[in-house]
Design a protein around this ligand. Structure first.
Ligand code: ZN
Length: 102
């Protein structure tokens, strides 16, 4: 399950001004409000996700790995790989094919 990072758009409180992280299911709607002060927040790309595939080579490697899994019908493996790489849409589709109800 990916961790999403949020920070405040408006003034916010100490919690969201500093930025906070939320563990969310794939396909879950992003938060638009701080759970503490209800101030507006936005999702920021997390450093973890950014470093998963920093180079085009790495991204291509991940992509071909997912494709291999998909071709063999190993949907949960494909989904997990996509999930870790931050490919939400792809992960969601593969999770569905794996029989998970997301
Ligand atoms: Zn807040």
């Amino acid at each position: 399950m990916p961790i999403y990072e949020y920070n405040a758009i408006s003034d916010g409180c100490g919690y969201c001004r500093r930025g906070f992280e939320v563990l969310q299911k794939i396909g879950e709607d992003p938060l638009d409000r701080c759970p503490k002060c209800r101030g507006l927040v936005r999702r920021v790309p997390s450093p973890f996700r950014a470093c998963v595939a920093e180079t085009p080579e790495e991204a291509a490697k991940i992509e071909s790995k997912i494709r291999d899994y998909e071709q063999e019908g190993m949907w949960s493996h494909a989904a997990e790989t996509a999930d870790k790489a931050g490919l939400d849409e792809r992960a969601r589709e593969d999770y569905k094919k794996a029989g998970y109800d997301m």
